[in-house]
Structures are given as structure tokens and as C-alpha cells.
Design a protein around this ligand. Structure first.
Ligand SMILES: Cc1cc2nc3c(=O)[nH]c(=O)nc-3n(C[C@H](O)[C@H](O)[C@H](O)COP(=O)(O)OP(=O)(O)OC[C@H]3O[C@@H](n4cnc5c(N)ncnc54)[C@H](O)[C@@H]3O)c2cc1C
Length: 394
């Protein structure tokens, strides 16, 4: 039986980032996915990183660290991949109303943005510089972000990680997860009251649980988990990290977390003429072009709490087309073809990720709730979590 220090469940951007961080720490690492890497939300054809989010252009928590770590991962993975899968892009955020323009301007002071990070551009200058953007009251230019072909990126991360010794278990099914040994967790699936763990008022840190793991079991080294697959094979791991995106539903030990599942659709468009490659656009939705083909463009995104099917819909298609034409009317006549894509994002009520150890199952960790910022946050958060695991092992 293969024995791992760290075994990761789920190969989206969360799981792939964990694999990289774990290998860099020198841990023997395995990763499982019932499908292939990027089969969930992280398979969005093209994604952007935006550090000034929401109507008030609020600074993403630990934005600098997140961008820096993501950049390092992108460069490292690119060394193992032929086609370029990322480019540095500024994000342009037009203010479509006076009220939004006021909020954007206020944000410059409120979040102490440096002029090298964020610039407010008045209406006349914005219209002159970016004539293809729809009518607006000026806008923000957010510097130093990335546009990423996510499926290519994840493939490259897995390839690079395999060279570092990653063991992959893709297209398999888990039959059972059993905790054994002298740890202080139970040895069967646990059930807990909702909120018992998540709602702890002492935990003020935004990255809940991450920096203050609850369990410091003295028996940790002796406890381990056995994961059995339906084909009869099994692996053993000292730490299991659940990074299964929408698949978190299938692990009852995490049922107490107030996770919500939001479907999002994207529209992939082929243009006759290329879009300005150095920008991504974010307003009522977002528009970004393929890092290596500026005629291939993505428009996102819808947000559905209730949905019957996981497929793209005609309604979603129509709404996304509207977003594109509102954001970039200068390219309206330029669309050659359109195809839909859909995925499910996982988030928590405060829109912050949940990263940490299970309160009863020692050695079982969660990494999810990345909402719309999985690409930006995962490499940094993964590194932090692996540091915590390593510190507990010492
Ligand atoms: C429409 C849309 C647009 C987006 N745009 C952006 C963007 O512009 N920028 C950005 O940063 N982010 C964007 N995201 C969201 C972001 O990428 C997510 O935060 C991120 O993909 C979450 O990654 P994850 O690894 O947690 O989950 P996922 O990517 O969903 O990965 C989960 C993985 O777990 C696997 N799995 C399923 N069931 C199980 C199981 N039982 N056990 C183990 N594994 C399982 C799945 O096959 C999948 O591979 C977008 C998402 C959507 C849907």
C-alpha cells in the first residue's frame, strides 16, 4: 500500500496548488479526482485575477501575497508547458453610473491603494483611451493582474508536480475513508451540529482556522487514514485535505460547514478582429481574451443559486451576450461564434475561504469556499495550509 504524508481530494486549482506546496515542503504527496484535473469550476476556459473587487473596489485580503505567489506558480508551471497559458493584464473597470464612480473614487483612500496599483481615470480620458468601452462616468485601471487559460495551467501544474514526485489517482472512485491509529478523532464518518465549528466567535482571522489549528494532538504521528478505492486498491495518508469544490457535498464530515453552491455560466466567443490583449474588463460581468489568441474571448458570468442542470442555458447565453455588448459595444459587430460553459463555485456567507483542520477528525483538513477568487487565492493559501501542517508535524 502506498503511504503518503499528504493526500489531496480534488484536482481543481485548490488541489493542484496544495500539491505544489506540499511537494515543495518535501512531503510525499498524492492527489485524487473522480474525473480529470480542472473538471470543476477551475476548468473555466479563461479566468482573470482582480484584486479590487465588488462595487467599492475593495482590496482582496492579502492581495499582494496572493498575486506574488500566483505569479511564481504560473512561471514555474509555464516552464513545463509549451503553449503560453498566461499573460499580465491590467483590469479596466468602467463606472456605469455616477454612484459607482463616487464609490470607486472613495475606495482610493479607503483601501489606501497606491497609484502603482490602482488609478482613477476621469470620463473624458477614459473614453479617449478606451473608445470601445460602453458609456460610462470614468473608470479604474487596476494594474498587475493576470489572464489565465485555466485548463492549460492546471495541466501544466500537474505535469510539473509529477516531475517532483506527485502520485495521481484520476478517474477513480473512493469506496471508503477510514481513520485508524491513536489520533483523537472517531473512526467512522462523524456528524456535527451546523455552526459548531464555523461559528466560533473567537476566530477573528479572515482565513478562519488556518493560522490557529484547533487540534494539536500528541498522538498525531501515530494516527493515519486509509482510503479505499472501488477497484480494491488503497492508500494510507497522515493528512487528508478535502479540496473537492462542489464535490464537498459527498463528504459528510464537512456537512456542518455552511457551504453554498452557485452555478456560473460563461460565453466563449470567437471574434473576427482581436481584442486589445493587454486588458481584461470587469463591470457588470467580465471579458477577457485568450493569452495566446486575442480573437478568442470569454464573457462571464452568471450567478445562480438554484439550477436544474449543470449545462449552459439559453437564458444564461442571452444574459452574457448582453453583458458583452454593454461592456464592449465597440466589438459588437465582431462576434463570429459563441459557445457556453458552466461550473459551480463554492462559497460561505462571508465570502471568505474556509481552510483548516476538522475539529474531531485529526489530520483531516478542508480547503474550499474560494468563490470567484480561486485562481488568485489558492497558491498563497495552499502554502499557508501546508506550513501549518508541517508545523504541527514537528
Ligand atoms: C463561471 C465561472 C467563472 C469564474 N471566473 C473566475 C475568475 O475569473 N477568476 C478566478 O480566480 N476564479 C474564477 N472562477 C472561480 C474559481 O476558479 C473557483 O474559486 C475555483 O475554481 C475553485 O477551485 P476548487 O479547486 O476549490 O474547486 P473546483 O475547481 O470545482 O475543483 C474541484 C475538483 O474536485 C473534483 N471532485 C468532485 N467531486 C469530488 C469528490 N467527491 N472527491 C474528490 N474530488 C472531487 C472535481 O472533479 C474537481 O476537479 C470562476 C468560476 C466559475 C464557475
Amino acid at each position: 500500500m502506498m503511504r503518503f504524508d499528504v493526500f489531496i481530494l480534488g484536482a481543481g486549482v485548490a488541489g493542484c496548488s496544495l500539491a505544489e506546496a506540499s511537494l515543495r515542503r518535501g512531503f510525499k504527496t498524492g492527489i485524487f479526482d473522480p474525473k480529470s484535473p480542472g473538471s470543476g469550476a477551475s476548468g473555466a476556459p479563461i479566468v482573470i485575477t482582480n484584486i479590487a473587487t465588488g462595487r467599492r473596489a475593495r482590496r482582496v485580503n492579502r492581495a499582494d501575497e496572493c498575486l506574488h505567489t500566483l505569479h511564481r506558480t504560473l512561471q514555474w508551471a509555464q516552464e513545463h508547458s509549451e503553449p503560453p497559458f498566461f499573460k499580465q493584464t491590467d483590469v479596466l473597470r468602467p463606472a456605469f453610473t455616477d454612484a459607482i464612480a463616487d464609490d470607486f473614487r472613495a475606495s482610493l483612500h479607503k483601501y489606501e491603494w497606491k497609484s502603482t496599483e490602482l488609478e482613477w481615470i476621469d470620463r473624458a480620458s477614459f473614453a479617449k483611451q478606451y473608445p470601445w468601452i460602453g458609456s460610462h462616468e470614468g473608470g479604474l485601471r487596476i494594474r498587475g493582474g493576470f489572464t489565465i487559460d485555466a485548463p492549460l495551467f492546471l495541466k501544466a501544474v500537474i505535469n510539473a508536480s509529477k516531475r517532483m514526485g506527485l502520485h495521481t489517482y484520476f478517474h477513480q472512485t473512493i469506496h471508503n475513508i477510514e481513520k485508524r491509529g491513536a489520533g483523537d478523532g472517531s473512526n467512522s464518518w462523524g456528524t456535527m451540529e451546523e455552526g459548531q465549528y464555523y461559528g466560533n466567535p473567537e476566530r477573528k482571522n479572515k482565513f478562519r482556522q488556518l493560522l490557529r489549528p484547533r487540534h494539536m494532538s500528541t498522538n498525531r504521528a501515530k494516527s493515519h487514514t486509509v482510503i479505499q478505492f472501488t477497484d480494491g486498491s488503497q492508500v494510507e495518508a497522515r493528512h487528508v485535505i478535502y479540496a473537492a469544490g462542489a464535490g464537498m457535498k459527498s463528504y459528510p464530515i464537512w456537512n456542518f460547514l455552511p457551504l453554498s453552491y452557485l452555478k456560473g455560466e460563461l460565453l466563449e466567443m470567437q471574434l473576427r478582429e482581436p481584442m486589445p490583449a493587454e486588458y481584461a474588463f470587469s463591470g457588470i460581468g467580465y471579458v477577457a481574451s485568450d493569452p495566446s489568441d486575442p480573437r478568442r474571448v470569454i464573457t462571464g458570468s452568471t450567478f445562480e443559486r438554484e439550477y436544474d442542470s449543470m449545462n449552459p442555458t439559453t437564458d444564461g447565453h442571452a444574459r452574457l451576450r448582453k453583458i458583452f455588448h454593454r461592456l464592449l459595444p465597440g466589438f459588437s459587430e465582431n462576434v463570429e461564434s459563441e459557445t457556453g460553459w458552466a461550473g459551480v463555485r463554492v462559497s460561505l456567507p462571508d465570502y471568505q475561504p474556509v481552510v483548516g483542520e476538522h475539529p474531531e477528525w485529526t489530520g483531516h483538513w478542508v480547503f474550499t469556499g474560494l468563490g470567484s477568487k480561486g485562481m488568485l487565492m489558492s497558491p498563497y493559501l495552499a502554502m499557508q495550509l501546508i506550513d501549518v501542517i508541517a508545523a504541527n508535524d514537528d
